[in-house]
Design a protein around this ligand. Sequence first.
Ligand code: PMP
Length: 472
Amino acid sequence: MEREKGGGIAELRERIREVTLRILELMAEREKLVREVAALKSGSGEGIVNPEVERELRKAVVSRAAELGLDVETVMRVLTLLLRRSTEIQAKGQGPQGMTHMDLMRLAKRMEREGREVVHMEVGEPTLGAPEHIAAQLTDAALKGYAFYGEAHGLPELRSAIAEDLNERFGVDVKPEQVVVTQGGRFGIYLAMAATLSIGDEALVIDPSWPHYKQVISMLGCRAVVHSTSLEGRWLPDPAKLEDLTSDSTRLMVLNYPNNPTGAVVGRQLLQELVEVARRRNLYVISDEVYMDYSFGEHVTALSAGYERVIMIMSFSKSWGMTGYRIAYAVAPVEVAERMAKLQGSLLTCVPEFVQVAALKALSDRETPRAYRDHMLRGIEVICRYLDAIGAEYVRPGGGMYVFPRIPLGGRDPMEFALDLLRKRGVAVAPGTVFGDYREFFRLSVGDSLEKLERGMAALAEEINSLRNPRG
Ligand code: PMP
């Protein structure tokens, strides 16, 4: 009896093994077909993702899963992973995805250490840095005892001050329990995504986009579904097209206005329409508003759209030049805020309290964000003047600290061009390919001093002109 049972299990295990290996053969067959589709599509101008085709496939999969008595949710997660793989296969060969503007920044900083002067138009950093009265808080607070383990959510007095500040400025109703102080906006976005996504979920991203969003979505075993905007469309998203990209696996939508890299801003009406898509489809909205203080008109926060599933991200990096302090915050529904704090607590205990005291000081300083915004506006004027001179197309930013012009290079690889410009002329810029499928574009950041921007743009203009007239 015992022996028979053992033999029976061993045989069943063997069959499970065979079935599992057979699934791999089917996966290989599927990938081969996807490659054939990619080959047929190449050069046809047809996009990688076809929402209509995916909808049909999803419907078929759900009904077959039900027929077979499978758990539909699990099957949908597996389907997302298969679709993610199809996208990866088709995206291969669509431009250099490997290097990003952060690698360019690393190279630029290395050149500086070797004694060369570099114009930084590759990263979004106000090079003036944090004002002295904020920096002075660091030692003062550490000496006063703000240098022990603290709460993962953040200092209670800072969370209250943040809620009060938002309520006062935007007429919203944020409670301190909704606020989580995070170690930078980058980490805050990771926490927000990790708290709301599970493996096999989908998230909507509007391109061109800051690469971090897609990186984290992918890191969490999920799939970014991309809505591409264009210069012709003034870089504004189309709510109907965005809705068309949603499926039963979609969990969240990422918004970022004022936008990095385009400088686009959305007015109250368009923002409301985007939020309504999320409401109809029951999605979280991660609204990255780290450039709110660099709005050249009135900033509209997604917190004011009357939707309870908004997670707003704001950072001290841009408004007060505190990039190296690594401090930001999220405002989220309480249960999401709790999940984020718990995760932050287990990963890094807390944000250093003396940094939080400096951030508290920064909140009461409205002068610095205004001065920095004026700097960005003047920098944008400098850049646009040169772009006009070389006849590059662009949309004038409504906020933020970047211009995203179309500068065709006549077939030259944009990352190679950027590396050359940095090594030869000491000018760092970010190619459009970092932000999506934008080979003809460059992102020019205006955080550096106006004199250096002038010099950088003059060098860029010379390089472009010599590309156009190779003989000089
Ligand atoms: N969001 C956007 C759109 C950004 O451009 C940046 C920084 N480049 C951040 C968030 C994060 O900034 P930090 O991590 O310094 O708060």
